[in-house]
Ligand binder design. Structure first.
Ligand SMILES: [Zn+2]
Length: 244
């Protein structure tokens, strides 16, 4: 963009220039103030290795008016928000712009997450799932009671405890994206839901991805448990999603 050198302008020109800037600022609408550098949701989640399931569509509302829904749905971030003064439309639940201040992403994920990461499998559906929970000992039965991804034969095969579970889960999901699928189901046989954390791959594939993320990021884990007697029943084929 060509910039006017203000010191070269006559006082009259300078006044006109400043007046026109002021006028423009006043008539700017929200859509005009959205920055050209504002990425699409796809670009944004790719850039930061995040998962789409973390994002809430704010539909141009203030964070304060969608905050309750975000909490309820476990959404860490919102897109399509009211633009910040730079014109970006991504914010965290505390209304910080995620582009002006990228560290908010890690901060939010780190802060919001300590607990267990687990890998579960369903023989009936030949699917794997990765998830996080703070109640590892009741998670298997709660998955099955809820009918998660339309089945009730989930078995938790591996888990560990960490203080950074948000980051781990998102990185693994991003690594396994080609096996990811969305499965609609009726939660507790009454509420329509979509299972987003399921993968058409075998135990070894998801386990290797998870171990890789732990290793690459030097993440400290504890209370690790692998049900090695069971995993042979969960070595499903690794189906890869075709690009549309
Ligand atoms: Zn911004």
């Amino acid at each position: 963009m060509k910039k006017k050198v203000l010191s070269n302008l006559s006082p009259k020109q300078l006044r006109q220039h400043l007046d026109s800037k002021k006028r423009n600022a006043n008539v700017k609408t929200i859509s005009e103030s959205i920055s050209k550098e504002n990425p699409t949701l796809g670009e944004f989640i790719m850039r930061h290795k995040l998962d789409k399931s973390l994002f809430f569509d704010a539909n141009k509302n203030q964070i304060s008016s969608v905050y309750g829904q975000m909490i309820k749905q476990g959404k860490q971030f919102a897109y399509n928000t009211i633009p910040c003064y730079q014109g970006h439309t991504y914010r965290d639940r505390k209304n910080h712009c995620l582009i002006c201040n990228t560290s908010r992403i890690t901060f939010q994920l780190r802060n919001s997450s300590e607990g267990f990461v687990y890998i579960a499998g369903s023989v009936r559906k030949r699917m794997m799932k990765i998830g996080v929970t703070d109640k590892i000992f009741s998670r298997e039965s709660s998955l099955n009671k809820s009918g998660y991804a339309d089945t009730d034969d989930w078995k938790i095969l591996y888990w560990f405890y960490s203080e950074k579970i948000g980051e781990i889960e998102n990185e693994v999901k991003s690594k396994l994206k080609v096996h990811n699928t969305l499965v609609p189901f009726l939660k507790y046989s009454k509420e329509h839901k979509i299972a987003e954390e399921v993968f058409f791959c075998g135990f070894d594939r998801i386990f290797t991805a998870l171990k890789g993320v732990i290793h690459d990021n030097g993440i400290a884990i504890s209370q690790e448990l692998l049900k090695s007697d069971h995993i042979s029943s969960y070595q499903f084929r690794n189906w890869v999603k075709l690009k549309k």
